[in-house]
Design a protein. Sequence first.
Length: 202
Amino acid sequence: MTTATTATTTSTAPAEEAALEVDPATARRWAAAGDATIVDVREADERAAEWIEGSEFNPLSTFDPAPLLARGDRKLVFHCRSGRRSLDALGRYQAAGGRNAFSLAGGIAAWKQAAMPVGTGKAPPISLMRQVQIVIGFMVLVGCALTLWVNPWFLIMPAFFGAGLLFAGLSGTCGLAVVLSAMPWNRYEGPKSEGPRSSCSV
């Protein structure tokens, strides 16, 4: 591991690419000086509960690097809950040609642990990820029951949701989460100003 000021370098796949992580104090200093933009890549329900003031919103499930690439060489610091998804977002941004970007080490959890301020709001009573799990579990159970007691063709229901989970895992895009995020019960009062919004989590 090599160290430059307060940023650390760690290896990610592909191995030849280095993913830079920056600690909360450095990220806050950059943002306060206007040298960097903090980008939240969590999902909408997570952001509804708490957010880093001044951060923009570009959830990993529908991550779009285009508006970020348009900013040229301005520093970007991606953050999630604990640092895993932000590294994924960083990798996608770099793959699209982005440079001068970092991942917040430890995510918003480390940010709060360092006594950095966050905005707070009201999230849906059941997280979006739990809603996805409930819907998929229910539909798989119903599909299996109908297959056993009505018609074998109903096996297509659990197969469909299994294929959806496989696609979500491979692509990082959860279609069911996007649909559920648009439901009335998942509307929330979040930060007054944020980037692209949407909404399957570390």
